[in-house]
Design a protein around this ligand. Sequence first.
Ligand code: PGA
Length: 248
Amino acid sequence: MARRKIVAGNWKMNMTPSEAVKLVEELKPLVASDTVDVVYCVPAIDIVPVVEAVKGSNVAVGAENMYFEDKGAYTGEISAPMLVDAGVKYVILGHSERRDYFKEDDVLLNKKVKKAFEAGLTPILCCGESLEQREMGVTIDWIRLQIKSDLVGITAEQVASMVIAYEPIWAIGTGKTATTEQAQEVCKGIRECIAEMYDAATAESVRIQYGGSVNGANAAELFAQPDIDGGLVGGASLKADFGKIVNY
Ligand code: PGA
């Protein structure tokens, strides 16, 4: 069965709650689609109003992060059951900004991936290499290590239902998109890694996004690649351009 495309906006640390509701209203007619899954991953404080604002539309809401414990003395953190209760369906885990600025490592991310599944959330697990790693020729080795570490103890059935986002760090927010060939090559490599770790059916089922300077002009070519099942979109998700990406 053909994989359904999934286009997710990663709002990052943008949009106050009132701005968020306004943006959802503006984008509503532009992102309508019967064929593509559309997700807005929004700052924690925007989740409740955005869940309300997307009601009745084709848009699902995701979080940008979560903690792996259900509750307790973890000041400032947000748990998976809190997200689920608020109406969240997806959660971005392991974005390179979290790995880099907030020192999230693969041991922590593995706990978060496990918790997301336990709570009934669909993880959008991010991976990607730095420019130095690409130039050293270790891109695929690095990404395989990230995927293998983050998925320890995760079942084939769970992996089949999740989303993996390949985001070369050098392409994020820089306007430097990976070439279609580079993006396809790594997304294919991720699928091969899943096939080795699990089986062919799981690899065929998992959805793999490309992320890094996706916009209305380059989405169609990227999404036409056999192993690219949509995109994780930062900057362009905050503008009307997001509608063009969804309806690529
Ligand atoms: P960008 O961000 O589209 O602004 O490059 C992508 C991301 O970080 O998910």
